[in-house]
Design a protein around this ligand. Structure first.
Ligand SMILES: [Zn+2]
Length: 193
């Protein structure tokens, strides 16, 4: 597992025996910084087989379309399908020339139930869970080594700050049932459990 920082979002790279999986990207327009970051980390573009976006907010999916163009397969969870163009209007206003919308017709579409089998094909042991408290399309990736990538899920310790947040409680229940050892967030530092 490698952490790539080239802006405000954590991009994670998981080396699979049969191909690497990138999780999240930064904002549109950060492709040159992305290339510098993978080079510094010793990752070749051709080694990156797939990209999983934890949710289609612009600061997590900004490079998804660009990376598809460069030959990276977008791993799209079926519950995310209706949300992939959410950032398009934001980037249109922003006039970022480097932005390229996602091409969902070229994506590998899987269900959460089918995620373990797909990941096994890359040589990665784990599963994808739906954790929709942050946004309806949010997913988390739980690896069998106890690492859990949760995107923008609010940290568990914030739960006490809400009188009731059933959606957030439910997401954490599902994650904690699987006894993760460390939580990797989209922006803040990792937490050891
Ligand atoms: Zn978000």
């Amino acid at each position: 597992m490698k952490l790539l920082r080239y802006g405000n979002t954590n991009t994670y790279y998981i080396e699979g025996r049969a191909g690497g999986l990138l999780v999240d990207t930064d904002y549109a327009g950060t492709l040159p910084q992305f290339f510098k970051a993978i080079k510094a980390a010793g990752i070749g573009l051709r080694e990156i087989a797939c990209l999983l976006v934890t949710h289609y907010h612009p600061d997590h999916s900004g490079l998804a379309g660009e990376l598809q163009r460069l030959g990276v397969t977008l791993l799209l969870v079926d519950v995310q399908r209706a949300h992939v163009h959410f950032p398009d209007a934001i980037f249109a206003k922003d006039r970022r020339p480097a932005f390229r919308p996602v091409d969902e017709s070229a994506a590998a579409v899987i269900s959460c139930a089918g995620s373990r089998a797909f990941l096994r094909g890359l040589g990665i042991n784990g599963e994808i869970l739906r954790t929709p408290s942050h946004s309806p399309d949010s997913v988390s990736l739980l690896l069998d080594d106890g690492t859990c990538l949760v995107g923008d899920l609010e940290p568990q310790e914030y739960l006490g700050g809400y009188a009731h947040n059933d959606a957030l409680e439910h997401d954490w229940e599902q994650i904690l049932q699987r006894r993760p050892k460390r939580i990797l967030y989209g922006h803040v530092n990792a937490r050891e459990l």
